[in-house]
Every structure is written in structure tokens, then in C-alpha cells.
Design a protein. Structure first.
Length: 527
């Protein structure tokens, strides 16, 4: 395989490493470096402590013991010489004995402190042998009464001084060896201290370098790819929906870029669908505008052109009945009545259709409407019916709401009128009340013939009648008109749960209503 191929494969493997793996490798390297430097630091600290302990606890103690040995030997020699010259045991033997004990103690300490150093131990042994030789051949003969005279001769004293000089020389050699060991140990202590400082510097420098490496790695592996991805996303968000989003770096970021690109592609597709839907909506809106224009034209025709022939039919039927009353039999009068009644009902139907189509089209703004006053006005319009049927209409405390006064009056008029119309054998009793909550709930309850629950939804359908027109008058549009008015005001209307005879109609109105945008329309008179 060529070098270029091997380099390419290594690059592929590096790109295949996940972000977690890359961070794990990086942090693992940092951990290994810290563990190695910490181990070296601990080793150097241990060596420093060992050299310090060796210097303070062993060699300094050995140097002190050598000094004590020197002093003790001198005290012994001074005591022996003074005793030889004056023969005063009380004055000179006590320093000798004290020096002897101190010398033995110093030698014991030296053996303990430097016994593991062969050279120094040999020098201690040499000094100890010289001390023993001096004591045996020079000091003890002087102190022994049997040999004191012979040992005190000038020749014997000269031999003793030679032995003592040899002892002092051996002690000097021992002292020089201890001092040499002290110097070596001080140098080793300085080397250990310098090594500790070197490792500490390397550790600090390594932490700084590794911190910079981590920062660089995070910048290259995380921050820079995220910055590219964010820049692509911002270009798409700014309106360049055709700009392709590409993830860079670790596989996770590449996958994230692919997800964002998939989302962009989905948005582009949905944007195309939305554009088409908007075009369709625009076409439907235009068709709706044309339909509204046709409806307005129909309303104009219905209020003028259609009602004019009906007025003529009704008028001519009345003239026919008036002028030829004596020539008409009962069947002819019945036919004329049917014609007049049909024309009248056709006019009522057209007027109701016009009212239904105009809901919300002639309202410019909502105003404060006192429903109590409106209910009183509605009751007044039914004064003759109330008197004729012996009805009772009770109006409770009704709120003041925002709305179209004329339309809300129409709702109450329809509901109260139905309650008076569909009564049973007993005189009608109508109760109008309101309950406050998140919204106002107004109820109109009567004691009439009632409505089956199965028809609770059908009664609000336009032209839906539950009774024959010969039984009860009406066009069947009143409840549908009421439903449209209430929904225009942001409420709802329904048939309540009847408890006892009669029916209950409920509708809601918002506490603070905001009217929808109304369409102005010329309010042509029907006649």
C-alpha cells in the first residue's frame, strides 16, 4: 500500500473516533502525565526526606559523638597525668572515670549511628582500639599502685604521650571521615532538593502545556465545528433555506449536522407545501370574497326584487277578497287565505334569512349592553301574549356585557318567545337568570312542553322544526340565528338538563369581549 493510502486510512480512523473517545484519550494522557509526575515528585520527596533524616539524625549525631569522644579522651588524659604528678586520687581520678564513661558512651553511639558505613565503622574501631591500647599501656599502669612507680618514669610517660597522640590522630581521622560524610550528605541533600524543584517545575509546566493542549483540542474538536454548524444554522434562519448544513469534526457533530440538515430539508419541503397551501388559501379567499359579493347581491335581490312580487301577491289577494267578497264562496275565500298566508310566510322566511346572513356583518364595535334592560324591553314586546296566556316572566339580576345590543336582544327575544310559544296547559312561566364565573352564564327556563334530549343538537340547525307549522308558527331559524349570534360574541349555547317540565336554554358571554373584525354592509330595508 502506498504512503498516501496509509495516511488516508489513518485520517479515516481519526475521523471515526467519537468525541467521547477523543476526550477520553486526551484526559487519559493528562491523567498518565499527572500520575508519572506525581510519582516522580513523591520519589524525590522521599529521597529528600531520607537525606535530611540521614544528615540530621545520623551524621550530625555522629559528629557530636566524635566531639564528645574527643573531650572525654582529653579528660581521661588530664586526670591520669595529674594523678601521676600529684598522686591526688580525689582530685584527678573522678574526671578520669567520668571521661572513661563518656568515651565509652560516645563509642557506643558511634557504633549505632555509623555502623552501616564500613569505612567510618573501621575508623571508629581504630579509634576504639587506640583508646583501649592507651588505657591498657599508659593510663591503667599509672593508676595501679603496683606499677605506678615504673609507669611514672619519664620514659614511660613519653611512651604514654606517644600512644595518646596516636589516639588523638585516630580521633582526628574519624572526625575528618564524619565531616567528609556530612559534606557528601549535604551535597546529596542539595541534589535531592534541586530534583524536587525540577520535578515541581516540570509538573507546573506540564499542567500549563496540557491546559493549552486541552483548550486547543476543545477549540478544534468542539468549539470550531459547533461554530461552523451555528453559522450554517443562522444562514438558514436568516432566510437562506437552500443553504446546506454540514457537520464537521467528530462523528457526533457530523451526526448533529446531518440531523439539522434533515430538519432543514423537512422545513424546505413543508415550506413548499405551505406556499402551495397559501396559494390555495388565497384562491379560496378570493372565491369567498366573490361568494360574499354574490351573497350581498342575493341579499339585495331578496330585500327588493323577491319581496316586491310577494307584496303584489299579498296585496292583490287582499283586493280580490275585499272587492269580490260577496261573489266568493267559502272555498274561494279559503284559497285566497292560503295564498296570502303563503306570501306572508315567504316574507318572514326571507327576512329571517337576511337576519341570519347579516350576523356580524353590520357590527362595527361592541358596546356595554345591560342585559337587564334588554330583557325588560323584550318582555314589553310580548305584553299582549303574556296578558293573553296569563304568563309570568321573571327576570333576575343580569350583567352588563360587551356586545351588539340589537343582536343580543334578538337572542333573548327568540328564547323568551319560544318559551311563551311552546307552553302546555298551565300558564307559561319563564325565568331569566345569570351566574358569574370565568364567563357569564345566562339561563332561560320555562315550564312548557320541553324538548327531548335526542334533539339537543338538531334544534340549532337552520330550518330544523320539531313540530308542524300548523301547530306552532315560525320559520325554524330562530335557534340557529341565536347560536350564530352567541358564537359571534365568543360564547356558546346549549340545551340545559331539564329538571321537571319545560326546557332550559343556556348561553355564555365573556366577561370582557372583543368583537371580531366586522364587515360593513348596507342595511337595506325590507320594505
Amino acid at each position: 500500500m502506498s504512503d498516501a493510502g496509509r495516511v488516508h486510512r489513518r485520517g479515516d480512523r481519526r475521523r471515526a473516533l467519537s468525541l467521547r473517545s477523543r476526550l477520553a484519550l486526551l484526559l487519559g494522557g493528562v491523567a498518565v502525565f499527572l500520575l508519572i509526575t506525581l510519582g516522580l515528585q513523591l520519589l524525590s520527596q522521599t529521597r529528600l526526606a531520607r537525606e535530611r533524616d540521614d544528615l540530621i539524625d545520623r551524621l550530625d549525631g555522629a559528629a557530636e559523638a566524635v566531639g564528645d569522644l574527643r573531650s572525654a579522651v582529653i579528660d581521661q588524659e588530664t586526670g591520669v597525668r595529674g594523678y601521676a604528678l600529684s598522686d591526688d586520687e580525689a582530685l584527678f581520678l573522678e574526671p578520669y572515670e567520668r571521661g572513661r564513661n563518656e568515651a565509652d558512651d560516645a563509642l557506643a553511639r558511634l557504633h549505632t549511628l555509623i555502623g552501616d558505613a564500613p569505612r567510618l565503622a573501621a575508623e571508629v574501631d581504630t579509634a576504639a582500639d587506640s583508646l583501649a591500647t592507651w588505657r591498657r599501656e599508659a593510663a591503667e599502669p599509672v593508676l595501679d599502685p603496683a606499677t605506678a612507680a615504673q609507669a611514672s618514669t619519664p620514659a614511660a610517660l613519653d611512651d604514654g604521650r606517644a600512644l595518646f597522640d596516636q589516639l588523638r590522630g585516630d580521633i582526628d581521622v574519624l572526625d575528618a571521615g564524619v565531616q567528609r560524610a556530612l559534606d557528601i550528605d549535604r551535597e546529596q541533600l542539595d541534589d535531592a532538593y534541586r530534583l524536587v524543584m525540577v520535578f515541581m517545575f516540570l509538573q507546573v509546566a506540564g499542567i500549563i502545556v496540557l491546559g493549552a493542549a486541552i483548550s486547543l483540542a476543545l477549540s478544534r474538536q468542539v468549539l470550531r465545528p459547533l461554530a461552523h454548524l451555528g453559522a450554517d444554522a443562522r444562514r438558514v434562519a436568516s432566510g437562506e433555506v437552500g443553504h446546506r448544513v454540514v457537520g464537521r469534526g467528530a462523528p457526533e457533530l457530523v451526526s448533529l449536522g446531518a440531523d439539522v440538515e434533515a430538519m432543514r430539508s423537512r422545513i424546505v419541503a413543508e415550506l413548499g407545501e405551505l406556499t402551495e397551501a397559501r396559494a390555495d388559501l388565497q384562491r379560496q379567499t378570493e372565491e369567498l370574497v366573490r361568494s360574499n359579493d354574490d351573497l350581498e347581491q342575493f341579499a339585495y335581490v331578496a330585500s327588493h326584487d323577491l319581496q316586491e312580487p310577494l307584496r303584489k301577491v299579498s296585496g292583490f289577494c287582499q283586493l280580490l277578497e275585499k272587492r269580490y267578497a260577496d261573489q266568493l264562496d267559502d272555498r274561494a275565500r279559503e284559497y285566497i287565505w292560503y295564498a296570502s298566508d303563503g306570501a306572508r310566510r315567504m316574507q318572514d322566511l326571507i327576512n329571517d334569512l337576511l337576519a341570519f346572513s347579516r350576523v356580524g356583518r353590520t357590527t362595527e364595535a361592541f358596546e356595554d349592553v345591560d342585559l337587564g334592560e334588554v330583557a325588560d324591553e323584550v318582555t314589553s314586546t310580548f305584553a299582549e301574549v303574556i296578558e293573553a296566556t296569563g304568563a309570568t316572566v321573571r327576570v333576575g339580576d343580569l350583567p352588563t356585557v360587551k356586545g351588539d345590543r340589537r343582536l343580543l336582544a334578538g337572542v333573548l327575544q327568540n328564547l323568551v318567545g319560544n318559551a311563551l310559544k311552546f307552553h302546555g296547559e298551565d300558564p307559561p312561566a319563564v325565568d331569566v337568570s345569570a351566574v358569574a364565573g370565568d364567563e357569564w352564564t345566562i339561563s332561560v327556563t320555562d315550564n312548557g312542553i320541553g324538548i327531548e334530549p335526542d334533539y339537543a343538537e338538531q334544534i340549532f340547525t337552520i330550518f330544523k322544526r320539531l313540530h308542524n307549522k300548523n301547530e306552532y308558527e315560525g320559520t325554524g331559524i330562530g335557534l340557529a340565528l341565536s347560536k350564530k349570534i352567541i358564537e359571534f360574541h365568543g360564547g356558546r349555547i346549549w340545551l340545559g338538563d331539564g329538571r321537571g317540565p319545560g326546557a332550559t336554554f343556556c348561553f355564555t358571554l365573556p366577561i370582557d369581549a372583543v368583537p371580531p373584525t366586522a364587515t360593513e354592509e348596507s342595511d337595506d330595508d325590507t320594505g
